[in-house]
Ligand binder design. Sequence first.
Ligand code: M6R
Length: 608
Amino acid sequence: MCGIVGYIGAEQAAPVLLDGLDKLEYRGYDSAGLAVFDGEKIQIAKARGRLKVLREATHGGEKLPGFCGIGHTRWATHGIPSDRNAHPHFNEAESIAVVHNGIIENYLKLKKMLETKGYKFVSETDTEVVAHLLDYYYKGDPLDAIMRMMHRVEGSYALGIIFRDHPGNLYAVRKDSPLIAGQSKTGNLIASDVPAILKYTRDVYFIKNEEIVCLTEDGLSFYNVDGEEIEKEPVTIQWDVSAAEKAGYEHFMLKEIYEQPKAVLDTLNPRIRDGRIEIEELGMTDEEIRAIRKIYIVACGSAYHTGVSAKYVFEGLARIPVEVDLASEFRYRNPILDDGTLLIVVSQSGETADTLAALREAKARGIKTLGIVNVVGSSIARETDKVMYTWAGPEIAVATTKAYSTQLIAEYLLAMKFAQVRGTVSQDEIDEMVNDLKMIPEQIEMLLGQKERIQRFANRYIAAKDIFFIGRGLDYAISLEGSLKLKEISYIHSEAYAAGELKHGTISLIEEGTLVAAVLTQEELYKKMISNMVEVRTRGAFLLAVTNVGNTEVEKAADYVIYIPKTNKYFTNSLAVIPLQLFGYYVAIGKGCDVDKPRNLAKSVTVE
Ligand code: M6R
C-alpha cells in the first residue's frame, strides 16, 4: 500500500528513484511522484496514473537533476487519485518534502491545529499534515523535528524526508509500515521493500518501529525515538535479482504460477529429514504441542483461504479444534483466548495491517503465536513468537499464487507434525503422506502442462457476467480461492459457495449458460457433489468440474472436466488450485485486463 524510495549519493537520484518505484509499483499505482534536491532547490514532479506517465513527464528523470531525492507510488486512501494528492508533499516554503506510506489517523485534529497557526493545505491527504507539522517543529535540527512529529502523529507511517537546509542528508522513519535501508557502491537508499534496492545491494537494514535513519552519501546512522544513536546489523538477502524480474514471461502472475513447483519444493525440503517432519523454527517441545487445545488461524484474503483449508487438515489429522478468522474481524470481536490456545497468523507480505493488529491483540493477551510468513524480516515475522517461513521468493503480482501454494505446504507440515506428536496418526500414515507431499511439485508441473487447454476454455468466458465456484469440505476452501483469483483480476462477479448451501438462496442467480465451476476431490463427498451439480445444471448452468483422475462418472454431470493427479485427500487443494489460477489468469488476459496490477488493489495492504 504505497511504496516509498529514497537515494542520496554520487549518481543522479531521479533515475535511481524511478527504477526503485518500478519495483514497488505493485504496492500502489494510481499516481507517482519524485522530489529531487540539487543542493539549492527541491523540485517536485508528480503525475496521476502509472509510473510510466511520470517517467515520460520527467524524461526518465532528466528534468530533475540532483543527487538526493525521494519517490512515491500511491494507493489512494485520503483524497482521490490526482496530481494534487500524489506525493511528495511540501511545506509552504517548499523547504521540506515528504513521501509517506501508511495512514495518519489523527490528521484531521492536527490539520485543524495547524490551520489555526496559519498553515494552508493544498491537498486532501493525511500526509500533508506531516510536512506542515515538521515545518512547525523545525528549528534547525531535522532529527529533533522528526522526533517531535512522531510524538504527535497517531497511525502508521514510513516516511522519507528531505530538508532544504540539509543538502547532505536524507531522513526516514517508520511506525507500523515497512521500511528498509541499504548501502550501494555509489550511495545510500531507503525503500518500502527489498526488490527496490536489490539491484544495488543485498545487505539490507530492516528499520524497526519508531526508528529513524539518516542517510548521507557515505553512510547511514540509526536513532531511536529519543534521538539516541543505535547500532544495526544488515541482513543479507539471498534472493536472486532475477527473482524479482519477469524473466521473459508476459506477466509476473504467470511467472509466479510457473514458479510453484520450485516454491513448494523449497518450502518442503528443509522440513523433511530422513522421511521425518522436522520444523526446527517451531521451537515447541512435544509437551507444548500436546498441550494445545485450540488453534486460531487468522489472516486476510488468500492467506485466509489457506487457513480455511488448514482447518480441515488440522482437525482431520491432529484432532485439534481450529477456528479460522478474518483478521479484520478477529481483532475487534474479543475472542476467547486461553492458555491452551495457539494463534497462527498467515501472511505473504508480513505487513498486512489487520493481520498484524490481530497478532498484537493476541500477544497482549499472552497467547502463543506462530507466523507463516514469506517476507523475511517483515513486521509479522519479527513480532510472532516463532516464524515458519514459506520460501516462495519475491511475489510481485497482486494476485497471489506461489505464496498461497507455499502457505498450504507449511500448514500441512505443521498439521502432520502435531498429529505425529499427539499420536493421532500412525507413522505409516505419516510416511505415506510425506511421499505424497514430495510428489506435489511434479504433479503441479503436470497440471501446468494443461495450460493451452485451460486457456481455450477460459476464452469462452471473457464475456461472462457471473461465475460460481462450488465445493464441499476442502473443496469449498479451494472454491473460495478460485473465485477470488478470477474476480480480482478479471472483474467478473464471482462467488464461492459450499455446494450444499446453494439452494438456500444463491441458486436463484443461475441462468441459462451461467458457468459453475465445481470442485470435487473429496471422495466421501463425491456423490453429494454430483447431486449439487445436477441441481444447477437442470437450471441451465454450464458445468466445469475439477476432480481426481479416474472419477470419470463426473462426465455425466459436467460439460467440461479437468482431472488432477491422485494425492492424499488432505493435499488436493495444492493441485486443484493450479487450473483455477490458470483459468482466472486467462479469462483476465482475454479481457485485456492488467493482471499484475488490477484496479483498486495493492499487493501489500498496510492500512485497515
Ligand atoms: O500479504 P498477505 O498474505 O497478508 O495478504 C493478504 C491478502 O491481502 C492477499 O492474499 C490478497 O487477498 C491477494 N490479492 C489475493 O490474491
